[in-house]
Design a protein around this ligand. Structure first.
Ligand code: ATP
Ligand code: MG
Length: 451
């Protein structure tokens, strides 16, 4: 991280210090997880619904932390800085570190594909210089400051994923990041219970532009955008992308999808023949979005081409699990909403052999959850999926409306059924997907051990 001296920290967070060491000690890391304290770190005691970091403050010092930041004075002589709100202190430190950095920052949000776009953009920008990027899915109001706190002096680029499950969350994180460019990948029916409607989703995602630098570039998807954003962006440069719409600034043509994807990428700085080692039309859209984001901070077409060619699928997100030469499972079990479930069905429809969709429930869809599950069943039917296997409650509707469904109340029975299908169909492609709570990856593990 960019070095911070312990006394300087007390000033940044406007806290009252007790028992701090006299020396000008620099801290190596900022930790909020008491199980992951490192030597010479600073521990920030956050308070969550289920935990209170203050209970671990003393332990953190015993484990090697130089000092702790707390909301209330700990009755002990441990080095501590007392503030009003440790959550705000975390943000203040992140903002301070961000302001020390001379890197170019890009931020991105959207309903689906954020992590995919983040990884692809990071792949491209790593061709240009040292790049910090969000680890895993650290995209919320705690994860984003922790990401910024990992910045190093030599970083030339930073790619930051912003997620939200409540209004105001992205407004907060984007103000910390102050991106030079900001992108909304798409809006879809995800986390509906939190936002109320698609307009609510658009408003929540649109907050990303509130942090955009004055001369910053906003990037939006022509196929999935909101008029309100354009009003917000009246005085900003706006770039558009789209898979098929040739009036966008960034788009694709000559698309060919086999077990990898090739297409011509069109951009304002020229065209390039792209090979993407991923499948799915949605990943082409993600690749175009990543190109726009990377080019907005100076990447060349050669760097875009090289970075995209090195993209790898992320576990749980259309990740290929090959059982043998002719039988393949696409592990898309990381999460699901209506948009990503539809994208997955379109991928499965292009695959060889007997096509099996294995689905769990899509969570957090609010009052109309039944209708959305029915619609997914109808889409599976329309796309000629050969067999739907569902596990869960709402997903029974997917089976029912697909016309080719088999519903199971437990995963074990579903696995037995799937093993039988694998015996019956020598050429078979299976796609496994559901919301995080459905843990559909369990079925893949079982199939692999039992086959
Ligand atoms: P989270 O909200 O959990 O952080 P995310 O937005 O980061 O998710 P990814 O992890 O990249 O999204 O992808 C999750 C799933 O969304 C993928 O498995 C894929 O099925 C689907 N997906 C990815 N990109 C798109 C896209 N552009 N449009 C629709 N669905 C997509
Ligand atoms: Mg993500």
């Amino acid at each position: 991280m960019i070095p911070l001296v312990i006394k300087q920290i007390a000033t940044i967070v406007n806290g009252t210090s007790y028992h701090l060491p006299d020396e000008e000690l620099a801290i190596n890391e900022i930790c909020t997880d008491s199980r992951k304290i490192t030597d010479q770190s600073l521990f920030i005691a956050l308070v969550g619904e289920k935990f209170d970091g203050h209970l671990f403050a003393k332990q953190a010092i015993d484990d090697g932390a130089i000092a702790v930041i707390v909301n209330r004075k700990i009755d002990d002589d441990i080095p501590q800085i007392v503030v009003n709100d440790t959550y705000i202190a975390l943000g203040q430190l992140a903002e301070f570190v961000r302001d020390q950095s001379s890197a170019k920052f890009v931020a991105l949000t959207g309903s689906s594909g954020k992590t995919s776009v983040k990884e692809m953009t990071a792949n491209i920008l790593q061709q240009c210089g040292e790049t910090l990027y969000t680890q895993g899915n650290f995209n919320n109001d705690i994860g984003v400051p922790l990401t910024l706190l990992r910045l190093k002096k030599q970083d030339q680029f930073a790619v930051v994923e912003l997620g939200a499950n409540h209004i105001g969350e992205i407004a907060y994180t984007t103000r910390l990041v102050k991106p030079n460019s900001a992108l909304i990948n798409n809006i879809a029916l995800a986390h509906i219970e939190g936002f109320g409607s698609l307009d609510g989703v658009a408003t929540a995602k649109g907050e990303i532009f509130e942090g955009l630098a004055d001369n910053g570039i906003a990037i939006i998807n022509l196929e999935s955008c909101s008029d309100n954003w354009l009003a917000m962006l009246k005085n900003k440069t706006v770039w558009t992308f789209s898979i098929h719409n040739f009036s966008a600034d960034f788009y694709a043509s000559n698309i060919e999808i086999m077990d990898q994807t090739t297409f011509t990428l069109h951009t304002p700085i020229g065209d390039s023949e792209i090979t993407l080692p991923l499948v799915g039309e949605h990943n082409i859209s993600n690749a175009i979005a990543s190109s726009a984001l990377a080019i907005s901070v100076g990447a060349t077409l050669t760097q875009v081409k090289k970075g995209l060619a090195e993209s790898k699928s992320v576990k749980g997100r259309l990740y290929p699990v090959r059982l043998n030469q002719t039988q393949l499972i696409w592990d898309d079990s990381y999460n699901a909403n209506v948009g990503s479930m539809s994208a997955a069905i379109h991928v499965l429809a292009t695959q060889p052999g007997y096509k099996v969709l294995v689905v769990g429930d899509m969570a957090e869809l609010g009052n109309d959850a039944n209708i959305y599950h029915q619609q997914i069943g109808e889409l599976a039917k329309q796309q000629n999926i050969d067999c739907v296997v569902s596990v869960g409650q709402l997903s029974e509707l997917i089976s029912q409306f697909s016309g080719v469904g088999h519903h199971f109340i437990d995963k074990q029975s579903a696995v037995d059924y799937l093993l039988n299908l694998l015996r019956l169909h020598p050429t078979l492609t299976m796609l496994v997907k559901g919301s995080r709570s459905a843990k559909m990856e369990d079925l893949i593990v079982e199939i692999q051990t039992k086959i």
